[in-house]
Design a protein around this ligand. Structure first.
Ligand SMILES: *Cc1c(COP(=O)(O)O)cnc(C)c1O
Length: 429
C-alpha cells in the first residue's frame, strides 16, 4: 500500500485530532524504526519520551510475555506481586535517603496510585489536592499536564483550553521560573503548587537554579502541597531517576578525598534536590506499555480514602511487570550514566552550528532554539534523511530518544545535522 493509501484509510477511520500522521511505521528495533517501504529511521523522539529501552528490548518483551501468560488482568478487587513490588520500588527510588537511612521503616514514606496514562495520574493528584479542604491550585504558564478535563484545567495553553471551558478548578497561572510571581500567587487558601521540573512540551524549558527549592519553601510557608509533574522528565530521562534529584554528574565529579581528609562541602544549596508532596510519572515508566502513577509522599499519600478514586485497568500486573523490567534494565545496563554522557555530547554537537541559538535540557531530554521559525522544515528535512525529531513550537526542536540510543546513532545524527539545517534553513553565510 502507498503512503497516500494509508493516509486515506487513516483519515477515513480515525478522528482528526492529531492531523495527518507523518508515516506509517511497521517495525522497530533499539532506537531504529522502519516504515512500510522498508526505509529506516533513527528514532530521536522515542514515542515522545516513552520508549526508554527502545523498540523490542528483550527484557521488556520477556517480562510482558511471562506476566501475560501467567496472570494478565485482575481488577483492583485483587492485588498482585508486580503491583506491590513496583509501588515499593518507586517509593525507594523517590526517597533513596529514607530507604538507606531508616532501619525497617515503621511507617512507609508514601503511597502510590497506578493509572494507565499521564493525564490520569494528574487527575488522581488533582483530586488528592481537593482532600486538603482547599481548592486553589497554582500552575505555570507554558506547562503541560494532559488533555482530560482536570489536567487541562491545569494546562495554560489557550488553544487547548478555550474550546472546553468552563474547566474545573480555581487555577492561577504564573510565569515559569519566576519566584516572585509564585510567591505572590500562593496564599493560605492554596491547595497545591504544580510544576514540571523542566517543561517538556514547551520545548524543554529549564527553570533558573533554585526555582524548585523556592517553590518548596513557598508551598510549605502556606501549608500547600508541592506537586511535581515528572511525567516527561522522570524515570531516567534526564540522567537520574527524577529531575528533582541531584544530578549524577555532580556526584561523579565530586573530588575524591583521602581517608581522614576533610569531606567536600555539601553545604552548597543543591540545584535540583527538593522533597515534593506529590510526584506524577508515566511516559517512560514502562517503556511503552501504558501506565502512569501518582505518588503521594508522607501525609499526601494518605489523603485519598476508600471510595475516593478508582480505575479498572490501573495497576494491572502486566503494566507493572513491564515497568519493573524497565527499571531493572536501566539499573543493570548503567543507563543513567550513559544518558548523562551521551546527552552532553549531543547538546555540544548540536550547539556547534551557528543556526542553533540555544540548547537546553539534561540527559536525553534536549530542546534547542533555531535562529528562525524553521522547526517544521528542520523536522521534515531530518525525516527525509532518516531521523525522527519533534518540533513542539515554530522555533524549537525537541529530542527525547530511547535511553539506549547508541553513540553511533548519535554521531550519525550529528554528522547529518548541518546538512539538515542547510536544507531547511539555507546554507550558512
Ligand atoms: C505527556 C505529559 C502528560 C500527559 O500524559 P498522557 O499520557 O499523554 O496523558 C502530562 N504531563 C506532562 C509533563 C507530560 O509530558
Amino acid at each position: 500500500m502507498t503512503q497516500q493509501e494509508w493516509q486515506d484509510r487513516y483519515a477515513g477511520a480515525l478522528m482528526n485530532t492529531f492531523g495527518p500522521p507523518k508515516l506509517t511505521l511497521t517495525r522497530g528495533e533499539g532506537a531504529h524504526v522502519w516504515d512500510e517501504n522498508g526505509k529506516e529511521y533513527v528514532d530521536l523522539l522515542g514515542g515522545i519520551a516513552v520508549n526508554a529501552l527502545g523498540h523490542g528490548h528483550p527484557a521488556l518483551v520477556e517480562a510482558v510475555t511471562a506476566q501475560l501468560s501467567t496472570l494478565g488482568h485482575i481488577s483492583n478487587f485483587f492485588a498482585s506481586e508486580p503491583q506491590i513490588e513496583l509501588a515499593e520500588k518507586l517509593l525507594a527510588l523517590l526517597l533513596p535517603v529514607v530507604e538507606e537511612g531508616a532501619p525497617a521503616p515503621v511507617s512507609k514514606p508514601g503511597r502510590v496510585f497506578f493509572t494507565n496514562s499521564g493525564t490520569e495520574a494528574n487527575e488522581v493528584a488533582f483530586k488528592l489536592t481537593r482532600r486538603t479542604g482547599r481548592t486553589h491550585v497554582v500552575a505555570a504558564e507554558g506547562g503541560f499536564h494532559g488533555r482530560t478535563m482536570g489536567a487541562l484545567a491545569l494546562t495554560s495553553k489557550e488553544a487547548y483550553r478555550t474550546p472546553f471551558e468552563p474547566l474545573p478548578g480555581e487555577v492561577t497561572f504564573v510565569p515559569y521560573g519566576d519566584v516572585d510571581a509564585l510567591a505572590a500567587a500562593v496564599t493560605d487558601r492554596t491547595a497545591a503548587v504544580l510544576l514540571e521540573p523542566m517543561q517538556g512540551e514547551a520545548g524543554v524549558v529549564v527553570p533558573p537554579d533554585g526555582y524548585l527549592a523556592a517553590a518548596r519553601a513557598i508551598a510549605t510557608e502556606h501549608g500547600a502541597l508541592l506537586w511535581l509533574d515528572e511525567i516527561q522528565t522522570g524515570m531516567g530521562r534526564v540522567g537520574r531517576w527524577f529531575a528533582h534529584h541531584d544530578s549524577v554528574v555532580e556526584e561523579v565529579s565530586r573530588p575524591v578525598v583521602e581517608e581522614g581528609a576533610q569531606q567536600p562541602s555539601r553545604n552548597q544549596p543543591s540545584r535540583n534536590q527538593v522533597t515534593p508532596d506529590i510526584v506524577t510519572v508515566a511516559k517512560g515508566l514502562a517503556g511503552g506499555f501504558p501506565i502512569g502513577a501518582c505518588i503521594g509522599l508522607g501525609e499526601a499519600g494518605r489523603l485519598l480514602e476508600p471510595g475516593n478514586h478508582g480505575t479498572t485497568f490501573g495497576g494491572n500486573p502486566v503494566a507493572c511487570a513491564a515497568a519493573l523490567a524497565v527499571i531493572a534494565t536501566i539499573e543493570s545496563e548503567g543507563l543513567l550514566e550513559h544518558v548523562t554522557v551521551l546527552g552532553q555530547k549531543l547538546r555540544d554537537g548540536l550547539a556547534a552550528d551557528p543556526r542553533v541559538t540555544e540548547v537546553r535540557g539534561e540527559g536525553l531530554l534536549i530542546g534547542l532554539d533555531l535562529a528562525s521559525d524553521a522547526s517544521a522544515a528542520v523536522s521534515a528535512a531530518a525525516l527525509e534523511r532518516g531521523f525522527i525529531v519533534n518540533n513542539p513550537t515554530p522555533r524549537r526542536i525537541r529530542l527525547a530518544p530511547p535511553l539506549v540510543l547508541t553513540q553511533d546513532d548519535a554521531n550519525a545524527f550529528l554528522t547529518a545535522w548541518p546538512r539538515i539545517l542547510d536544507e531547511a534553513m539555507g546554507t550558512q553565510p
